[in-house]
Design a protein around this ligand. Sequence first.
Ligand code: SF4
Ligand code: SF4
Length: 106
Amino acid sequence: MAHFEYLKNVVTLEYREEKCIGCGMCIEVCPHAVFRFNGTRRVEVTSRDACMECGACSRNCPTEAISVQSGVGCAAAVINGMLGRKSSACCCTTDTGNPKTGGTCC
Ligand code: SF4
Ligand code: SF4
């Protein structure tokens, strides 16, 4: 599954390299091999558009270096477009996919 890509530049995945401690959990849990070690003690994003926003990396990152709006994917963008909303993102804007920070839904 590592070679699937979805729409370009719509993925909500955010990675803050300065917070990474190189534990490798994101590499282990990601079904699309979006992360890899970069030769330092940190990881890098190899193919951001391959992310399917499952949220596994964010939920398992011990330092909150990763955030993603999980569980809605492209469906939210399609529905918002059909309803004439300007945003292509889901209305669940506070959900970072991290159980520590929680989230709300419209
Ligand atoms: S899970 Fe978080 S801390 Fe661990 S390697 Fe991935 S980004 Fe770095
Ligand atoms: S949200 Fe899922 S598919 Fe996207 S980078 Fe994280 S683990 Fe991989």
